[in-house]
Design a protein around this ligand. Structure first.
Ligand SMILES: *Cc1c(COP(=O)(O)O)cnc(C)c1O
Length: 379
């Protein structure tokens, strides 16, 4: 079956007891057992629940992986993967990670003896230098937040494999509709399902997908032991969102291409960052390893903090808010929002300056979105 069909049917057969076409919300903490000698498929909802199971199966199938695990947030999914490491292990991580992932590595995992090197993942010969004897994991995001830089996933996979390190890709920004890192050689996929997968800005959730049996067994054990599982209703909402992932992503992308091109020609915009633009530094690589360009568009405005503040506050349809990936358009000011946890020095190294704004382009009418940007820039 193809993507659109899998999104609606994978793991989502009619309910065996009632015939319900939609997977029911099995809002229960525990399951009745008929006999002490033989327990049923489900015992207790931290360990497993049919609604969560449907979600895990669906996400795994969309990523082309064998196993899926759902978590209470993308950050809990990140912890679920990092838990595979032991003190003394070394991680090679991308230079510009999601702020919360960086915070976990720096402020939690370094403290328990996990070593981390932030490597240049855009230049493979530089990237290779970051490896050590004890390197057990490689962690990247592609495209990155907020400047949409792209790493060559297949090449990184080769290097990781030659060092027997698990290769993790946070695929939140593109969703499996536009990128399937497992097919490019990654071992583990992490998602904040809060973003495109659930897609309606109404839940916090996370997921992990892998075909590596050993890693799956260990993460499944920790998912139950640590217990950072999503609530049943959130699983059901995520599953409902997932069904329309393909149609949403197409609209998100069409609007983004339209707005990125328009912004590029606007006199008050200095530079637009969007991998779908032929002028983007990684446009060719994006075309090769992705099936679409996503819907995050960042831009340097003409001016500094004052101009950026006016722009963000003048917007009427784009709402000033953290997060991305929902049907509604949002604007984010990375210096004070998504990347506030970084030092100013680290921000500047990444190109996160006072005139940078990040748009999460929604699926409203593209002319309305353009008019909103135009009035905010003109005022
Ligand atoms: C939002 C996000 C996360 C964290 O997910 P939460 O659901 O907020 O915990 C991780 N990675 C990326 C790329 C994200 O955008």
């Amino acid at each position: 079956m193809k993507f659109e069909t899998l999104a609606i049917r994978a793991g989502q057969d009619p309910d065996p007891d009632t015939g319900s076409v939609i997977v029911p919300i099995y809002q229960t903490s525990t399951f009745y057992q008929k006999s002490l000698d033989k327990f049923g498929q489900y015992e207790y909802s931290r360990s497993g629940n049919p609604t969560r199971r449907a979600l895990e199966t669906a996400i795994a199938s969309l990523e082309g992986g064998k196993h899926g695990l759902a978590y209470a947030s993308g950050s809990a999914a990140t912890v679920g993967v990092l838990q595979l490491l032991k003190p003394g292990d070394h991680v090679v991580a991308g230079q510009d990670l999601y702020g919360g992932t960086y915070r976990l590595l720096e402020s939690v995992y370094k403290g328990i003896g996990i070593e981390v090197t932030y490597a240049n993942t855009y230049d493979i010969s530089e990237f290779k230098k970051a490896f050590r004897k004890n390197t057990k994991m490689v962690w990247i995001e592609s495209p990155t937040n907020p400047l949409l830089k792209i790493s060559d996933i297949a090449k990184i996979a080769e290097v990781a494999k030659s060092h027997k390190a698990l290769f993790v890709v946070d695929n939140t920004f593109l969703s499996p509709y536009f990128q399937k890192p497992l097919s490019l050689g990654a071992d583990i996929i992490v998602h904040s399902t809060t973003k495109y997968i659930a897609g309606h800005s109404d839940i916090i959730g996370g997921a992990v997908v892998t075909s590596d049996e050993e890693a799956f067994k260990a993460m499944k054990f920790y998912q139950n032991a640590g217990g950072a599982v999503p609530g049943i209703l959130d699983c059901w909402l995520t599953l409902r969102g997932l069904k329309t992932l393909a149609v949403r992503m197409k609209e998100h992308e069409a609007n983004s291409i339209y707005l990125a091109k328009w912004l590029q020609s606007h006199p008050k915009i200095r530079k637009v960052f969007y991998p779908g633009l032929p002028t983007h530094e990684n446009h060719e690589l994006a075309k090769k390893q992705q099936t679409g360009f996503g819907a995050v568009v960042s831009a340097y405005l003409d001016g500094g903090y004052d101009e950026a503040k006016k722009f963000c506050e003048n917007l009427k349809i784009f709402m000033l808010a953290e997060s991305l990936g929902g049907v509604e358009s949002l604007v984010c000011y990375p210096v004070k929002m998504s990347h506030a946890v970084l030092s100013e020095e680290d921000r500047l190294k990444q190109g996160i300056t006072a005139n940078l704004v990040r748009l999460s382009v929604g699926i409203e009418n593209k002319e309305d979105l353009k008019d909103d940007l135009a009035q905010a820039l003109d005022n």
